[in-house]
Ligand binder design. Structure first.
Ligand code: GTB
Length: 214
């Protein structure tokens, strides 16, 4: 069955792999699943054809036969449940790996995105004043995550979809210097980025930028 995902035709990050199609690409590479990519413009994302797939007019989406999904967390969970490679077989370990997907998206990502978004939003006249508070919120999360990770390679035993999501979420804080305050988190992100599946996914999304004339 052909799998098709959507990605930015011209990602604002210029191929840094920060848009959320990167996490879906990485998951598909980890499980060895080929996929097609349909590139969409910002205008096309808001048209009815795309909104039939994604009610909020965003990327990524995932299509496989009659199934259409949006939300990167739901897509990665689906990939991980459908194919071996991203979730442990043991039921308890599997539940904990899924827990880490939720922790990444629900607990760690929100303050990082809030800090990032304010910088893009000129109408947010309070953003500059809120930066120290937002950074402190992120610092609290990262300190706790760092303490949990300790000297381990991954959050709970073997690499899982929970690590994939957490690494991608931590990457969103790149450039803030906050990850580097915790050498074990910086090494954790680097371990994720060193995985061959990550490298293939990154190269593919970068090729959209370098060969697409964006
Ligand atoms: N909760 C959804 C999910 O996890 O899938 C969020 C999806 C989402 O935010 N999609 C963004 C989008 O389509 C792209 S990833 N935005 C267009 C719109 O809303 O009109 C967010 C993103 C965008 C750009 C960068 N960047 O340039 O660094 C990084 C991340």
């Amino acid at each position: 069955m052909t799998i098709t995902i959507t990605a930015f035709e011209a990602s604002p990050d210029r191929g840094q792999g920060l848009a959320r199609d990167m996490r879906v690409r990485w998951a598909l590479e980890e499980v060895g699943q080929r996929y097609d990519v349909r590139l969409v413009s910002f205008a096309a994302m808001k048209q009815p054809a795309h909104k039939a797939l994604h009610p909020f007019g965003q990327i990524p989406t995932y299509e496989e036969g009659g199934l259409a999904l949006f939300e990167s967390g739901a897509i990665i969970l689906h990939i991980a449940q459908a194919r071996p490679g991203l979730l442990p077989a043991d039921p308890d370990a599997r539940a904990r790996a899924i827990m880490w997907i939720f922790a990444a998206l629900g607990t760690v990502e929100p303050p990082i995105i809030e800090l990032e978004q304010g910088g893009y939003t000129p109408a947010d006249i309070w953003h500059a004043a809120r930066v120290p508070l937002l950074e402190q919120r992120i610092r609290t999360r990262l300190a706790d995550l760092s303490a949990h990770l300790g000297d381990a390679d991954w959050l709970d035993g073997e690499f899982s979809a929970g690590d994939l999501m957490m690494v991608m979420v931590l990457r969103r804080a790149e450039g803030t210097g906050l990850i580097e305050e915790h050498p074990n988190l910086a090494a954790y992100v680097a371990r994720g980025e060193a995985r061959p599946a990550y490298q293939r996914a990154f190269a593919d999304q970068l090729a959209v930028f370098t060969s697409g004339g964006q």
